[in-house]
Design a protein around this ligand. Structure first.
Ligand SMILES: [Zn+2]
Length: 241
């Protein structure tokens, strides 16, 4: 049993003196772990690295072994940008923690690959990070529904979101209950809406409040019931604000 694939390093945990358990988000095989022996020729296993991987195992159910060749080391380009390092590690930590193993998530894979490789010159990294969290919860099936107002069926300007039902509401329907609802930054991903920097930051924080809630209350509780949101996310958000 073996395969070759491309992947992104999520984590490398020590197993024995000269070996690690390497966790990769691969293109075809999803989140996949394997043992890797550390030798002088072992490439760098920094999170976010893009690698070509060969995985081998006698039985498919076994942990198996990895041999990798490093194609790109994005973290090397952001060595002086500590905020971006935290951002990259928050992404790899959440993916490593939440995605089920050996199940392909091509949309998440492509997005994580893109954000890691371009982090050194993103104009607004936190916006792209919010898009990542939004994508992650939706791809995992814990997303929210903003196709129409839960009460009057209006389809635009849904400026509230219910944390309980995950459904959107328009201003008129939602306003009387606003204390129990999230303010939703309607049009968040619409690049044609022109807003100033301050407004944009406010909307990013509104979105992250929502995605953070859905990650903690739904994704993490379901997938890793004994765990909480990794603290690195909070450190990263503090660094950006
Ligand atoms: Zn309504």
């Amino acid at each position: 049993m073996n395969w070759t694939d491309e992947g992104i390093v999520l984590s490398a945990k020590p197993l024995a003196e000269k070996s690690i358990v390497l966790s990769l988000l691969t293109k075809e095989n999803g989140l996949h772990k394997g043992v890797m022996r550390l030798t002088k020729r072992t490439g760098s296993v920094e999170p976010g690295n893009h690698v070509h991987a060969i995985w081998k195992s006698r039985l498919s159910a076994h942990l198996g072994t990895y041999t990798i060749e490093v194609n790109d080391t994005p973290i090397a380009r952001i060595m002086t940008q500590s905020k971006c390092i935290l951002l990259l590690k928050t992404i790899t930590t959440l993916v490593d923690m939440l995605l089920p193993e050996r199940h392909s998530y091509p949309i998440i894979y492509e997005y994580v690959k893109e954000i890691c490789s371009s982090l050194h010159n993103l104009s607004d990294p936190l916006f792209d990070y919010a898009r990542f969290e939004h994508l992650l919860i939706h791809e995992m099936g814990f997303g929210f529904d903003l196709s129409k107002c839960a009460l009057c069926k209006k389809v635009t300007e849904l400026v509230y979101l219910s944390p309980k039902s995950g459904r959107g509401a328009c201003y008129t329907c939602g306003h009387p209950y606003k204390g129990k609802l999230f303010t939703y930054p309607w049009g968040f991903f619409d690049d044609t809406i022109s807003i100033d920097k301050e407004q944009k930051n406010k909307r990013i924080l509104e979105m992250l409040k929502i995605t953070g809630f859905f990650l903690s209350e739904y994704a993490i509780k379901q997938v890793r019931a004994s765990e909480k949101m990794p603290t690195i996310r909070e450190q990263m958000l503090e660094a950006f604000n």
